[in-house]
Design a binder for this molecule. Structure first.
Ligand code: 5FU
Length: 259
């Protein structure tokens, strides 16, 4: 059976990367393929949003300050979600004057479960730190922004690099299923919105149904569709939107299983 038609639970049973396995199990347990992207500057808003949406998400994507890590870890235990620190590791993989290497040093300083990066040497550098800690890596294969350069040969190379490092690379940030019908990689899709098709600055939104059912992706990444403009946030509304996106993502998955 094509892997994207398998249940998350079945995929969890067979996955050899512990971070990917954990994520598949959380998704199944919470019946949520929703990842919230928390892109806010105030720590108070950041923690409030996460505490509010926690019950509805399987994953939090953020770029957070190290001082917030203990509180974030408490919330991840309270609400049963995983943490995806979104960093673009764009430095070199090896640097001869160091015992380690540049990206490995960046990576080991945080508590990232998953990260994005370019280049095979960078993957190798991150794997030296991430694999012993049971982490997984996502490669940026495609982008949701209009006119993005991540396409064509770049995208094909990202898939090739992932295949060459299957133990550590668990999938892609992408706009559609990257690996055809037979592979076990995740496809995380940002650029998801139920009420609008763009933000006026190049971001392009598709619905959970387009992303999960039509494009065969696994996880929807949603930011402003859930928390809108921060500042005078209505917690009840954030909760309502998180539940709405969770339900839309899960319904699309259930429909896909019937295909
Ligand atoms: F790689 C990508 C991409 O192609 N599109 C994105 O939108 C990443 N993103 C991130 O997903 C973006 O930087 C935000 O962190 C998030 C989407 O947030 P939004 O508020 O739902 O537009």
């Amino acid at each position: 059976m094509p892997i994207y038609l398998n249940t998350y639970a079945d995929r969890a049973k067979n996955h050899t990367n512990p971070a990917a396995k954990d994520l598949l199990e959380v998704i199944e347990r919470k019946q949520s393929n929703l990842c919230i992207s928390v892109d806010v500057t105030s720590s108070k808003d950041f923690l409030n949003i996460i505490d509010t949406v926690g019950p509805y998400v399987s994953l939090i994507k953020a770029n957070f300050e190290p001082s917030l890590i203990p509180r974030l870890q408490d919330l991840s235990i309270k609400h049963d979600f995983l943490i995806f620190e979104d960093r673009k590791f764009a430095d070199i993989g090896t640097l001869s004057t160091f015992q380690g290497n540049t990206v490995a040093l960046q990576y080991s300083a945080g508590v990232h479960k998953i990260a994005t990066c370019p280049g095979p040497s960078v993957i190798k550098g991150l794997a030296t730190v991430g694999l012993p800690l049971g982490r997984g890596l996502l490669l940026l294969a495609e982008m949701s922004t209009a006119g993005a350069l991540a396409r064509g040969v770049y995208t094909e190379d990202a898939v090739r690099m992932a295949r060459a490092a299957r133990d550590f690379v668990v999938g892609f940030i992408a706009q559609h299923r990257m690996e055809g019908r037979d592979r076990g990689f995740f496809d995380f899709d940002p650029g998801v919105g139920l009420d609008t098709i763009g933000d006026g600055l190049g971001q392009q939104y598709r619905t959970p149904e387009q992303v999960i059912l039509e494009s065969g992706c696994d996880i929807i990444i949603v930011g402003r569709g859930i928390y809108g403009k921060v500042g005078n946030m209505d917690t009840g509304e954030v909760q309502r939107q998180a539940e709405r996106y969770r339900n839309a993502g899960w319904d699309a998955y259930l429909q896909r299983l019937k295909c």
